[in-house]
Each structure stands twice: as structure tokens, then as C-alpha cells.
Design a protein around this ligand. Structure first.
Ligand SMILES: [Zn+2]
Length: 429
């Protein structure tokens, strides 16, 4: 096992990295701080005996670098080293210090300031995996150690992408217990896109509810043996909120987070988890919800977040006249709603609308096209500012039509519909 010290020069396929110091040590290898072309990077160097098939692993790394990263959320290999005495490594970006490891959120060492940040993180994770799968890759080893999240914005970085491989390719990595699909735990299948979907659902569940979807009354035991692990996560897994079977419900005093948080989220989100962890989906009799379905669900979830007068962010039910704040239980009347083909978005001051709301062919939840503002002189008057870069056609309640230029604001209360250019959004009060 090669050990590098400061100043060692490591030949790369396309240049040279100079080692500065060791950052960490893991089961698979060591990570060093290295310099290349005046910039700092992380250099991961493998213990080759930790790899089942080092030659295949090396070729896969080169292939991933050639293919390029599917999304900016991935800390993707940048360059691979030459093979030195049968060993090798690769160069990647460093994770900025404001990003915190997802495991620390689960241990409540780190906290999200609001549900908006949590939902943004869920959207960013889901979208990263959607892009990964669309490019024909599967991740194979999803677990809470792979994710780094900036708590305020919910921005996400996903690391350990060296195990990512094209569909059907197996690098001999089974994944981490508790995150593996039951069919992988039982050794019936190698990791693939469908098993990634299970792991993603576990990550999303834990992001929202902090506890584990399969760990309830039935799984409480003094010592988790290999046999029990096979049983709880492989042979007879049971969702804690299974609709038919209640023998694995969360236990007071043990699974406190999920007991507190489960009912705070809207029904359509709970329904998605009930589906992905249903017996049919757990046992592969029904396809698991796709990344795209999750992305639509979390976009919808973000659309119903508003700020309560108590200062906290909360969800409103856009079909009900009144909702109750998840922080203070105060009554919140339904705000005006922009109804477009796929989505319904609360037009509440501070909220934005995005490309996906005004373009039926788009699912872009990041590109902002409008913002809801409050009048400075009359705080009860709310307006929608067009920031899309082009004009919108507004029809008022009295039937008159007008053009809303980019940068201008329309008072929401008097508007009936907006033609965004091909897609018309109705404003429901
Ligand atoms: Zn409140």
C-alpha cells in the first residue's frame, strides 16, 4: 500500500498532482489533499485488495470521466492516476466546508432551519439521481455517508461516485445494509436502477422523517445479528406505516422523530412513501416510483409551502379553505393559487414560480420565472413579478387583457389568468 507524503508527485492521465497532506483513511483507500494546476483537489488512492476486480474498476473510472458528470450535484472523478505498482487513484473536487454530511443530520448534529430547506434538498437529490439514471448509470451504493447538504439552501453534493457504473455492470459492490433493496439483501439480484430506486426512497424518507422506514416495533432487538438483518431488510421487510399490517409501527420513546413528523407532511407525500414501501413494491411485484415521480411530488410539495405569521415555514393544503401551521398550529387561510397543467402553486409572498409552472414541456424546478411580492405600502396587496425575460398576457377578472412585460408586477387579486406563451395558468382565489 503506497503511502504518500507532502510533495510527492503523482502522474495522472492528463497532468500531475502534487500531494499536500492526508485528509482521511477509509476501508476502500486513503484520501489526500493534492494540488493540480494551482488548484486544490482531493486524491483518492485505493487499497487494491479492497476491490474485487481492480482492472475493471480502473476502466470504469476512465469511462465515467469520459462520459462526464450527469449533474453538478455529483463530485465526479476528474482524472485518473497512472497505475503505480498495481495501485491507482483519482482526482475529484473538494467538498466545501459549508456542506454537512447527511449522517450528521440523522444524528441531529446538524439541522435544517426550515421545511423549505429540507424539501429543496429532497428535490436536489431526486433530480441528481434522475439525471444519473437517464444517462444510463446506476449508483449501486447509496447510503447516508454519500450526501453532503448545505443546511440553509438545501444544496446537495453527492460523493463516492467511483462506484457508479453503466446499467447492468456490477462492480461487486452490494451497498450498505439498511439502504439495500430487499432483493439485493437476499442476493437475488445485483444492484441496478430499480434497486437504486429503493435506496433513494430510504434516503428521502430519512431526510424528511429522520428515522428508518423499516425500523419499528418488530425490529427492536438487543443485538442485530446477520440472520435478523436478513429478516428485517431482506426476507420479510415491513414498512412502519404499512396500510394493512400494523405490527411494525414506530415506538414511542424510540422512533420519536417519525412519530412527530409523519403527520406534518401532506397526504400526497405520505402516500408516495406508503406506495414505495408497500409489500408489492418491497417484493418487486410492482415497479417502484421513478425518480421523475419523486421530483414531481417534491416540486408539488415546495409549491404548497408558505410562511406563517409565527415566522416558520409550513405546508398549506391547496384544496382546503384553511390549513394549520405545523409550528404554531395557527390557522392559515388558503392563498391564491396558480393552476397550470401539471402543478398548482401557492402565490404567497416570498414564493417563486419556476419554468415547470409555465411550460408544459419542462420539468425545470430551478429556473425562476416569477416571484410573489407584497406591496410596500399595502402589505395585504400581493403581486406577481414577471422575471421570465419575455412578456406575459394577463386576463383580468373584468375581462380586460393586458401585457405584463418582463420585470413588471401584476396585482394577483384582480387577475383571472395568465398566458405564458402557449401555456395558460389560472389564478384561483
Ligand atoms: Zn405558525
Amino acid at each position: 500500500m503506497a503511502k504518500f507524503s507532502s510533495g510527492n508527485r503523482i502522474p495522472l492521465k492528463n497532468g500531475t498532482a502534487v500531494v499536500k497532506n492526508k485528509l482521511g483513511e477509509g476501508g476502500q483507500g486513503n484520501v489526500y489533499l493534492a494540488e493540480m494546476n494551482g488548484c486544490e483537489y482531493a486524491l483518492k488512492w485505493y487499497h487494491t485488495n479492497s476491490l474485487k476486480n481492480p482492472a475493471k474498476f480502473y476502466d470504469n473510472l476512465i469511462n465515467n470521466i469520459e462520459q462526464g458528470s450527469p449533474s453538478p450535484v455529483f463530485i465526479w472523478p476528474k482524472d485518473v492516476t497512472e497505475i503505480i505498482d498495481g495501485e491507482f487513484g483519482y482526482i475529484m473536487d473538494l467538498i466545501p466546508s459549508e456542506y454537512k454530511c447527511f449522517s450528521d443530520f440523522l444524528l441531529t448534529r446538524e439541522k435544517f432551519p426550515s421545511v423549505r430547506s429540507v424539501v429543496n434538498a429532497a428535490l436536489n437529490i431526486t433530480n441528481g439521481f434522475r439525471e444519473l439514471h437517464r444517462r444510463g448509470f446506476s449508483y449501486q451504493d447509496l447510503n447516508d455517508g454519500n450526501f453532503f447538504i448545505e443546511p440553509q439552501s438545501g444544496a446537495v453534493l453527492i460523493c463516492d461516485t467511483d462506484n457508479v457504473a453503466p446499467y447492468g455492470e456490477s462492480l461487486g459492490i452490494a451497498g450498505k445494509a439498511r439502504y439495500m433493496a430487499p432483493e439485493v439483501v437476499r442476493n437475488l439480484k445485483a444492484p441496478d436502477v430499480m434497486t437504486d430506486r429503493f435506496s433513494l426512497a430510504v434516503i428521502l424518507f430519512r431526510l424528511l422523517f429522520l428515522d428508518h422506514p423499516l425500523e419499528g416495533k418488530r425490529t427492536l432487538c438487543p443485538c442485530l445479528t446477520e440472520e435478523l438483518e436478513q429478516k428485517f431488510y431482506g426476507k420479510i421487510p415491513l414498512f412502519i406505516y404499512d396500510k394493512q399490517e400494523n405490527s411494525n409501527r414506530p415506538v414511542r420513546g424510540v422512533h420519536c422523530n417519525v412519530i412527530k413528523l409523519w403527520d406534518l407532511f401532506p397526504g400526497f407525500i405520505r402516500e408516495k412513501f406508503s406506495c414505495v414501501f408497500s409489500q408489492e413494491c418491497l417484493h418487486g411485484q410492482k415497479p417502484r416510483p421513478s425518480d421523475n415521480e419523486w421530483q414531481i411530488a417534491f416540486t408539488r410539495l415546495r409549491d404548497c409551502i408558505v410562511k406563517c405569521p409565527c415566522g416558520g415555514d409550513t405546508f398549506v393544503d391547496l384544496n382546503e379553505d384553511v390549513s394549520f401551521c405545523i409550528n404554531c398550529e395557527g390557522k392559515i387561510p388558503r392563498p391564491p393559487v396558480l393552476i397550470s397543467k401539471k402543478y398548482a402553486a401557492a402565490l404567497f409572498p416570498g414564493n417563486n414560480i419556476y419554468r415547470c409552472h409555465i411550460d408544459v414541456d419542462s420539468d425545470d424546478y430551478l429556473h425562476k420565472v416569477g416571484e410573489v411580492i407584497r406591496s410596500r405600502n399595502r402589505p395585504d396587496v400581493w403581486g406577481l413579478r414577471n422575471t421570465s425575460g419575455y412578456d406575459w398576457k394577463v386576463t383580468l377578472k373584468d375581462g380586460t387583457e393586458s401585457i405584463l412585460q418582463n420585470g413588471r408586477v401584476q396585482i394577483i387579486a384582480v387577475a383571472k389568468s395568465i398566458d405564458f406563451g402557449g401555456c395558460v395558468g389560472l389564478i384561483a382565489m
